[in-house]
Design a binder for this molecule. Structure first.
Ligand SMILES: NC(=O)c1ccc[n+]([C@@H]2O[C@H](COP(=O)([O-])OP(=O)(O)OC[C@H]3O[C@@H](n4cnc5c(N)ncnc54)[C@H](OP(=O)(O)O)[C@@H]3O)[C@@H](O)[C@H]2O)c1
Length: 294
């Protein structure tokens, strides 16, 4: 039996859809089984044999985390500790999602972050996620920490859906062009999670996964616009001017890493993966949206 935690979140929904399609034996939960409440987790898993726990839940409000520090740590650190304890008791393997925001983003722009690189979060969300990683590592060994970045997909607030909304509402938008990373489609990440389970892998440790390729938010926005136009997601007569701006011209509560490209060499090697380019994955997502609107 597999326990999917966070099945109402953006990634969790996609993972659940895949589990259903593949007829995997699983149970799922979200906020109603609060990960910060250990007895609730014990009660929920009582008399159930668990082979895998997949944790897609979390506190993910990057800017709000700067103020809601206790809440962020309660969910991303203490909640994760609780899940690790259950995994230990049940002798289950754990796949836990983490983030590129554990890095400071100061890496040379022609390199990418490997799993062994030094972590140094520059915002509180990143700190709380790193604290969660530490809880897992200190609790047991049968874990996969899957760091990802710039996630988008159906059923969640994300950069692509925000851009599509703005393209309808505005004549002109400004987007930061000096923060670099790799967008990741939830569908592709869900496939990797399923592959890990199906392989019944015991190549435990930290792994990085994003789609291939590197971009910045401005370029990402322009690509969304061009593809959405071609697919009819933006009306023919609607034109939007997209302007590149610098990070300092777009102040946010939380600082973001300037360059947080993750190396996928380890996950590709260990799981024999081929990862598609972010542009192809984006086309797939936008095509799905355009079919849905027809
Ligand atoms: N989104 C990204 O760009 C991104 C990038 C890198 C890494 N990640 C990581 O990837 C994972 C999935 O991200 P996502 O964007 O799919 O997140 P999401 O949409 O925010 O989903 C998280 C889910 O967890 C639930 N949750 C919150 N507190 C909980 C609690 N105490 N007990 C049980 N469930 C709780 C949330 O419920 P509510 O919505 O009701 O609070 C939500 O349904 C997270 O670990 C995130 O840190 C995300």
């Amino acid at each position: 039996m597999v326990w999917l935690i966070g099945n109402k979140g953006m990634l969790g929904q996609e993972v659940e859809k895949l589990f259903k399609r593949k007829r995997l034996s699983y149970l799922s939960s979200d906020k109603e089984v609060d990960i910060t409440d250990y007895p609730t987790l014990q009660e929920f898993t009582k008399n159930i044999e668990l082979a895998w726990i997949i944790n897609c839940s979390g506190y993910t409000e990057v800017d709000k985390a700067e103020k809601e520090i206790e809440k962020a740590f309660l969910i991303n650190r203490d909640g994760v500790r609780n899940i690790s304890k259950i995994a230990t008791e049940k002798q289950a393997k754990l796949i836990h999602l983490s983030t590129d925001y554990v890095f400071n983003g100061k890496k040379d722009t022609h390199l990418s972050y490997t799993e062994d690189d030094k972590t140094e979060p520059i915002n509180l969300y990143g700190e709380s996620k790193l604290a969660g990683e530490k809880e897992i590592k200190e609790t047991f060994k049968k874990y996969f920490i899957l760091r990802t970045a710039w996630l988008y997909g159906r059923g969640g607030k994300n950069f692509v859906s925000t851009m599509l909304k703005l393209f309808k509402e505005k004549e002109e938008i400004k987007v930061v062009s000096d923060q670099w990373g790799s967008p990741t489609y939830t569908v592709d990440l869900a496939e990797v999670i399923l592959k890990m389970i199906n392989n019944d892998s015991d190549k435990f440790g930290i792994y990085h996964f994003t789609n291939e390729g590197v971009t910045n938010w401005y370029e990402f926005a322009c690509t969304i616009y061009d593809k959405a136009k071609r697919l009819g997601l933006i009306e023919d007569n609607k034109k939007v001017k997209i302007q590149p701006i610098k990070t300092e011209d777009y102040p946010t509560a939380a600082r973001r890493p300037r360059y947080s490209v993750l190396s996928k060499e380890k996950i590709k090697r260990e799981f024999n993966l081929e990862i598609r380019n972010w542009e192809d994955a984006l086309t797939d997502f936008l095509s799905f949206l355009s079919l849905r609107t027809k």
